[in-house]
Write a protein that binds this ligand. Structure first.
Ligand code: BG6
Ligand code: MG
Length: 219
C-alpha cells in the first residue's frame, strides 16, 4: 500500500465548532452595530482570529483602537470557549471516527492542519488528540489560509511530499491553501461554495472506504 499524508482541518471538518465561531462572531459584530449572517460567516471560515475581526470591521467601515481590538478578540474567544467547554465526543462529525480508524488500519500518516489556537484543547476534549502524528495549528503558523504554510508544515512533519498529501477542508480559504500547496483537496460541505476543490462531499458519510483506497493507491 502507498503511504499518503492525510491532513484534516479541525473546525467544521472533525468537529462541529464552525457554528460556535459563527455565534461568537455574530454577537461581536452585532455589538458593534454591524450586521452578520451565515453568508458573511462563510468568508471567515478557515480565517485566523485577527484577520476575521479585521474583515468584520472592514464590512462595518469601523475602526478601533489597538486596545479595543485586542479586548474584542479576547471577548470573542471567551465567548467561543464557553461553547467549546461544553463539548464532548458527541460533537465529532458523522463518520469521522470510521475514516480515522480506516486510515490508521491502513497505516496512513495523519496530521491536523488548522488555523485555530484552540485546536489541542478541542482535540483533547473530544478524545482525538492521539489520532494524529502531527498537529499544526494557529500557534505554529505565521501566514493564514489561503496561504499554504499550514499544510506544507504538516506534510513536512509527516515526511510526505505535498503532491502525496490529501487535505479535508470545509472552507474556501482552506481549499485554496491545499491547491496552492499542490495537494489533493477534498471539500466537506456545500459544492457551490467549495467549487475549487478536487472533490466535494456533503460530509464523511459520503466518503467510502473504497474511495479512500482508490486515493491511496492512485499514482
Ligand atoms: C479556523 C476557523 O479553523 O480557526 C475560523 O474556521 C477561526 O473560524 C480560526 O477564526 C481561528 O480559530 P481560534 O480558535 O484560534 O479563534
Ligand atoms: Mg474549517
Amino acid at each position: 500500500m502507498h503511504r499518503r499524508g492525510f491532513i484534516f482541518d479541525l473546525d467544521g471538518v472533525i468537529v462541529d465548532t464552525a457554528k460556535y465561531h459563527y455565534f461568537a462572531w455574530k454577537k461581536l459584530a452585532n455589538g458593534l452595530g454591524i450586521g452578520f449572517n451565515e453568508e458573511d460567516n462563510e468568508h471567515l471560515k478557515g480565517v485566523s482570529r485577527v484577520r476575521s475581526l479585521e474583515i468584520i470591521l472592514e464590512w462595518g467601515k469601523a475602526s478601533l483602537s489597538k486596545e479595543k481590538f485586542q479586548e474584542l478578540l479576547v471577548a470573542k474567544n471567551e465567548d467561543y470557549l464557553s461553547y467549546v467547554n461544553q463539548m464532548n465526543e458527541d460533537e465529532i462529525l458523522p463518520d469521522v471516527p470510521r475514516v480515522l480508524s480506516f486510515l490508521k488500519r491502513n497505516k496512513q500518516p495523519m496530521a491536523l492542519g488548522s488555523a485555530s489556537k484552540n485546536a489541542t484543547s478541542i482535540l483533547k476534549r473530544v478524545r482525538l488528540l492521539n489520532e494524529f502524528q502531527a498537529i499544526v495549528d494557529g500557534n505554529k503558523v505565521t501566514k493564514a489560509k489561503p496561504d499554504p504554510e499550514v499544510f506544507l508544515i504538516a506534510a513536512e512533519a509527516l515526511r510526505i511530499e505535498p503532491k502525496d498529501c490529501i487535505v479535508f477542508e470545509d472552507s474556501l480559504a482552506g481549499i485554496q491553501a491545499a491547491n496552492t500547496a499542490g495537494m489533493l483537496s477534498i471539500g466537506i460541505g456545500d459544492a457551490a461554495i467549495l467549487s475549487e476543490a478536487d472533490y466535494v462531499f456533503k460530509d464523511f458519510t459520503e466518503i467510502s472506504n473504497d474511495f479512500l483506497t482508490t486515493i491511496i493507491q492512485s499514482s
